[in-house]
Design a protein around this ligand. Structure first.
Ligand code: NAD
Length: 717
């Protein structure tokens, strides 16, 4: 029996299973490992009489990374029964170890996530290195899966139906120390070298070990579903969860069902229930969409796949910001919280101070929540120097302008501030609408000018869109990428074009919603369609937030630019509707008092749709069906994203997917705007788009070169 991923050694009565997947930086539950585990466990059983205890260990820097997700991506629906058999076999192996009558210890030298934590749960005793950076737990739900290799069953039995929920349904991870407090890890050691000795000592002291759930007097912590308190919770939990998932994410629903059903039966039956749910889920499209994007695409971004080759690595030390308004104040906080010295300049000292006050406000609320100490707050605030003098920017490696959205003003501040940059420094604009190539013309060194587009509110929004102007050089894009990563945010890289990528696609979503209103569809139905498709907010509410007047301003600008080039811009039906809202009815958006919604001032009062909408636009008897409306809102965005790929505004699918989810709230269940196409199936998507185009106009036409791009960029697993 030749094992490839597990080394089996028997010495001095201790059987050691060392996980060491060849050619991989981490251990995974690949097909070979599953086979090897069966062989290793058989060997343990054979050697039983010579064994005093079993040690599970890793030869990698982490303990075990979990499922083999590449393999998962290749599964087809008809593979579900095979998957079921494989999971059951793995669990059988775990059970054999647990019930062998010999103590089994897991030595956690590093992260044990997902399937990796489930391997650890097969041991009677878990020893971990006391390092707060080590992550343990079950992140499956975030990838559209469930911890179905006994994680749900065991965590529920260890922590109870209430206690286990955050760690199963919300994928809350824990450090070794937190695990110790929860009783999930039994012993901490200072470093990996000390693991084995502790394991051996425990084995010596516990010649016969048993899992808690196998003990005769086992009771589920907090009680079983027959306990009235638990029963009360369980009666409402599925509905509450459904409200959160809107029925679009099967994984948390399956996991909850698994916890509850499993809690009412014996341990082995519970394991089987779990296998059934997992086998069904793992071959489902939503799981694949989410693994594709939240695992593979996210890793591509972390690894810098869109970062141009540049040998250096930019570590921001001192960065200046022009404009201490909403965005500038937010960027200052993001920088200072990551240890970057920040010069925050506005037209007056007062305004600059007001921008800094935003950081004081956020840190204060962090202190109140126990997430920050006053000392840390002091240090953070000390890193922000508010000023009205451009001279204070002297020596910044990077200066980002976030002044009003006005070309002339931006040109003026660029010229002024650029002269203050440290040698080799670069300049960035946070503009949300003005093409970077044009803005770079004000710069003496347009190759060192780049777009760094943050989203609002900066402290919450993780995405940052980096825009490469025509003249921007590779080094500057790479430095911008490093800067964004240094802030702990997610960079995507796009080429310059009107609206870049995110604003352009976002525009199609809100304008499709506005177009529906113009067609006479009731506004509440339009909003519902957005929510039911999985968008975080309905299109009309978003238009109000971003200001209808801003959309009209952009439209006017687009028309003027087209005229300057001797062309005529033809506004879309949605744009025309928004223009009427602003110019005819003076409905400018939330900040201006109201738009599609009214915003009553009384405390606690909720916004409601502007009653006159009904009278103005709603046409009785207009035909609509919700599926069409939902599809329109998603298809329109996906097609625009594919256009961005075809035109070279986007150069990768991972930027498209991650950018659409984290920048504009494209629903996570789809895996992002391009994965929505691939998950639907290219042919099925194109067919549906044709139907939509025949009913709802040219926005849904997929041009031949766009079809080519869709096929060319399809990911292969
Ligand atoms: P804002 O009005 O809140 O702030 C602009 C600030 O710039 C003001 O404090 C103003 O006093 C200051 N300013 C004006 N002239 C200046 C000068 N010469 N030197 C220094 N400061 C000067 O605007 P905002 O919402 O923070 O937007 C700023 C930029 O960020 C715009 O280009 C906007 O398009 C872009 N942006 C905004 C958002 C958003 O959601 N608000 C999102 C992404 C990008």
């Amino acid at each position: 029996m030749a094992m490839k991923t597990i080394r089996y050694e028997l010495a001095e009565g201790i059987a050691t299973l060392t996980f060491d997947e060849p050619g991989s930086p981490v251990n995974t539950m690949c097909a070979q490992w599953q086979e090897d585990l069966t062989a290793a466990v058989q060997q343990v059983v054979q050697d039983k009489d010579a064994i005093r205890g079993v040690v599970l260990a890793s030869a990698k820097s982490t303990f075990f990374a979990g499922a083999d997700l590449k393999g998962t991506m290749r599964l087809k629906p008809e593979d579900a029964p095979q998957v079921f058999r494989e999971i059951e076999q793995t669990k059988k192996n775990f059970r054999t170890l647990e019930t062998l009558g010999k103590p089994v210890v897991a030595c956690l030298n590093g992260a044990a996530l997902g399937g990796g934590w489930e391997v650890a749960l097969a041991a009677h005793h878990r020893v971990a290195v006391d390092n707060p950076k080590i992550q343990l737990g079950l992140p499956e739900i975030t990838l559209g899966l469930i911890p179905g290799a006994s994680g749900i069953t065991k965590m529920t039995r260890l922590l109870g139906l209430l206690g286990a929920q955050p760690y199963i349904l919300e994928s809350k991870l824990f450090s070794p120390r937190e695990a110790l407090e929860l009783g999930l890890v039994h012993e901490l050691v200072p470093d990996a070298a000390a693991l084995r000795q502790s394991a051996l000592a425990w084995i010596a002291a516990n010649p016969q070990a048993q899992q808690p759930w196998d003990a005769k007097d086992y009771r589920m912590p907090g009680g079983t579903p027959s306990n009235p308190k638990i029963a009360g919770m369980l009666a409402v939990a599925p509905a509450a969860l459904k409200q959160k998932t809107r029925g679009l994410y099967p994984a948390p629903e399956y996991a909850l069902a698994c916890m509850v059903e499993g809690a009412q039966v014996d341990f082995d039956t519970a394991l089987r229930i779990e296998s059934r749910y997992l086998a069904k889920l793992i071959v489902s499209p939503v799981a694949k969409n989410m693994i594709n994007t939240f695992f593979f695409n996210m890793n591509a971004i972390k690894a810098g796949q869109s970062r141009p080759k540049w040998d250096g690595r930019y570590k921001p030390q001192k960065v200046g910001i022009l404009g201490a308004g909403m965005m500038g104040g937010g960027i200052a906080y993001a920088q200072a919280s990551r240890g970057i010295a920040t010069v925050l300049k506005d037209v007056s000292q007062d305004k600059a101070e007001a921008g800094k006050a935003y950081s004081a406000k956020i840190t204060q609320s962090r202190i109140e929540k126990g997430r920050m100490s006053p000392l840390e707050q002091q240090a953070l605030l000390a890193r922000i120097t508010p000023t009205e003098s451009v001279k204070d920017l002297q020596g910044c490696e990077l200066i980002i302008e976030a002044v009003f959205e006005n070309r002339e003003l931006k040109a003026k501040v660029t010229k002024e501030a650029e002269a203050m940059l440290a040698p080799g420094g670069f300049f960035a604009s946070n503009t949300s609408t003005l093409p970077i190539t044009g803005l770079a013309k004000a710069s003496a060194r347009p190759e060192k000018f780049v777009g760094i587009h943050f989203f609002s509110p900066v402290d919450k929004m993780k995405l940052v869109e980096i825009i490469r102007g025509q003249a921007t050089d590779d080094e500057t894009v790479a430095r911008a990428y490093d800067y964004v990563q240094a802030l702990g945010k997610i960079p995507i890289v796009v080429n310059d074009a009107r609206g870049f990528f995110t604003s352009r696609v976002f525009g199609t979503f809100v304008m499709e919603g506005a177009a529906m209103v113009g067609e006479g569809i009731p506004a509440p139905v339009v909003e519902q369609a957005g929510l039911q498709a999985g968008m975080p907010v309905g299109p009309l509410a978003v238009l109000d937030e971003t200001a209808l007047s801003l959309s009209v301003h952009v439209l006017d600008q687009t028309r003027a630019d087209a005229r300057a080039e001797g062309q005529t811009y033809i506004a879309t039906p949605g744009e025309l509707l928004v223009e009427r809202m602003v110019k005819e009815f003076d409905r400018n958006g939330r900040a201006a008092g109201g738009g599609f919604y009214e915003y009553p001032q009384e405390k606690g009062a909720k916004k409601f749709l502007w009653p006159k909408l009904k009278e103005l636009f709603e046409q009785l008897g207009v035909e609509w069906n919700l599926q069409d409306l939902k599809d329109r809102l998603l298809y329109r965005q996906a097609i625009e994203t594919a256009r961005c790929l075809a035109e070279g505004v986007l150069t990768s699918v991972h930027d498209a997917n991650i950018g659409s989810i984290f920048g504009i709230g494209f629903p996570g269940w789809t895996g992002g705007a391009m994965q929505f196409i691939y998950g639907t199936g290219i042919d099925a998507f194109l067919h549906r788009a044709e139907v939509l185009a025949s009913k709802y106009g040219p926005g849904f036409v997929v041009a031949p070169q766009v079809k080519d791009a869709i096929r060319r960029f399809e990911p292969k697993y």
